[in-house]
Design a protein around this ligand. Structure first.
Ligand SMILES: [Zn+2]
Length: 527
């Protein structure tokens, strides 16, 4: 078995690999990429690493394979947030690092099994990884390992070792590696200079770093309340995959090669633990989310048909409940992707029966019903299926429901402006406004807020929300564009008088964004 040639291993080394990046930027000469200066070869500073991460993240946010899915986002956050808190509690994550880094997860619509830490506290996760895990603890083990690469500053230590390399070269190289997984064109463009190729072999996480990320990740995972057995079973899964032909399905193995040493360490640690009792709610959610990841990874019509048909298999009803739930959920979503709505509707009853007395699973089924209504362009139906939510105070709405409701009520108000619809839109809008106040980095929420504000006839506030969405996606240039358009609108008096507070916010935010842009322009690569 040949997992990887030394050369490709070197290419992949630093941050892992087959990203979902379009090669557009990689066709630019490296000097035009304006990457931040990284200092003089010592460990790079927090702010330099963050800036480098922001640049890379901006490219990922623009990529068509970047996936915004409120349901999967929530699932991952429910694992990620406890891990981050666990790292804090154990003193692995300092308050300064917590404050300075992004701690954001980006989902890539890619079927390969991969996850990777990027500079600045960004974590990339491919749908393929979410779809192959059997428990949320397995997913938590990978995330805890990657988190520990970040908290232990492995990235900066790897880059700091590259005293011979100019900073822009390191940045261009990372971007190049990210593109490499996607196309042959990207792989060629990756070779940004002879020196880079030579140096790439040194941009590896060392064996010691891998073992440290295992050890610390294990502790963090345990602190966060996950079953550390997930670490062992995930290793087992990866080991099994590495014994098969390397078909590129498990790029995670290339960047995190398993050694017998790592396996032995982990097994020794685990022997001291008593296994946790399994939690059926968690297992049900995990089975549903793995199916969701599999379907959203765009597997092609044949695979979708096969999964859709699985639901009518006689044996399904005899399967354990979580397994059954996963199959029904996957079948339902497959029908939705195939735009075959009738059989999907037929599955709803079975899904609800299977979810039974498990409110978290029932809630995910209700969200499926909402998605069907969206696909059928039935906004009233979408709102109807969210009615359990609208009966609660907006302050207690969870993020997926809040987003779906804002989308549905915006579209409904545009199509049929009535008093009722206007009231619903108003409460959805104010829920989102409260949310972005607490989560100003939530680009998707800003974007949907922009649509809701526009549907309310508030163009100025809408343009500003678009600007904020661009800022959250690190696209300062686009943010300046939107905010300037907002300023123009307010000066021309096309905005309403009631927007004068908004206008002064726009002025302040535009100055802020322009300042950021100027800063970026000054960070030209060294000559
Ligand atoms: Zn690693």
């Amino acid at each position: 078995m040949k997992l990887t040639s030394p050369k490709s291993k070197a290419l992949i080394a630093l941050l892992a690999t087959s990203l979902w990046l379009t090669p557009v930027w990689s066709q630019l000469p490296p000097s035009s990429q304006g990457l931040p200066s990284l200092g003089d070869g010592a460990d790079i500073t927090l702010s330099a690493e963050r800036k480098l991460g922001d640049r890379i993240a901006r490219e990922l946010y623009r990529d068509p394979d970047y996936l915004e899915d409120p349901v999967l986002d929530e699932y991952l956050q429910n694992i990620w947030q406890p891990l981050v808190k666990g790292a804090q509690a154990r003193g692995e994550l300092t308050p300064e690092l917590q404050e300075r880094f992004a701690w954001k997860i980006l989902i890539g619509r890619d079927r390969s099994v991969n996850a990777f830490a990027l500079p600045g506290g960004y974590l990339g996760i491919h749908l393929g990884l979410i779809s192959v895990v059997n428990t949320r603890d397995e997913l938590a083990s990978v995330m805890a390992h990657e988190l520990s690469h970040v908290t232990q500053r492995h990235i900066s230590r790897s880059m700091g070792d590259q005293a011979r390399m100019t900073p822009w070269l390191i940045g261009a190289m990372i971007l190049g590696m990210l593109a490499a997984g996607k196309s042959a064109q990207g792989a060629q463009a990756m070779i940004v200079g002879g020196q880079a190729v030579a140096a790439q072999s040194q941009l590896n996480f060392s064996r010691d770093m891998e073992r440290e990320a295992d050890r610390i990740g294990y502790g963090v995972m345990s602190e966060a309340g996950f079953d550390t057995q997930g670490f062992v079973t995930m290793f087992g899964k990866l080991q099994q995959a590495s014994g098969l032909n390397d078909n590129g399905g498990f790029p995670y193995l290339r960047s995190h090669p398993l050694s017998t040493e790592r396996m032995a360490d982990m097994q020794a640690r685990q022997q001291l633990q008593t296994p946790k009792a399994s939690n059926l709610d968690n297992d049900l959610i995990q089975a549903m989310m793995s199916s969701r990841a599999r379907v959203l990874a765009q597997p092609g019509v044949d695979a979708l048909r096969a999964w859709a048909n699985e639901a009518s298999d006689k044996g399904v009803e005899q399967l354990p409940v979580a397994k059954r739930m996963g199959i029904l959920y996957g079948a339902y979503l497959s029908f939705l992707q195939l735009r075959d709505f009738q059989p999907a509707r037929g599955l709803l009853l079975r899904l609800k029966k299977t979810a039974g007395e498990h409110p978290p699973a029932m809630r995910l089924v209700q969200l499926l019903e909402t998605e069907l209504a969206f696909k059928e362009d039935d906004m009233r139906g979408a709102i109807q299926s969210l009615s359990a939510v609208t009966r609660q105070a907006p302050s207690s709405w969870q993020r997926p429901e809040m987003i779906f409701l804002a989308q549905a009520s915006s579209r409904l108000q545009v199509a049929a402006p009535t008093q009722n619809n206007a009231e619903l839109l108003a409460s959805a809008t104010s829920a989102l406004q409260r949310h972005v106040l607490l989560n100003p980095q939530d680009a998707q929420a800003w974007q949907i807020l922009a649509t809701a504000l526009s549907a309310q006839g508030r163009p100025l506030a809408s343009l500003r929300a678009e600007g904020e969405a661009q800022l959250a996606r690190m696209d300062v240039g686009a943010a300046v564009d939107r905010l300037r358009a907002a300023q123009d609108a307010s000066r021309k008096g096309t905005a309403q008088m009631s927007d004068h507070i908004e206008a002064s916010i726009v002025d302040a935010r535009l100055r802020f964004a322009q300042g950021l842009l100027k800063e970026q322009m000054m960070e030209r690569p060294e000559r």
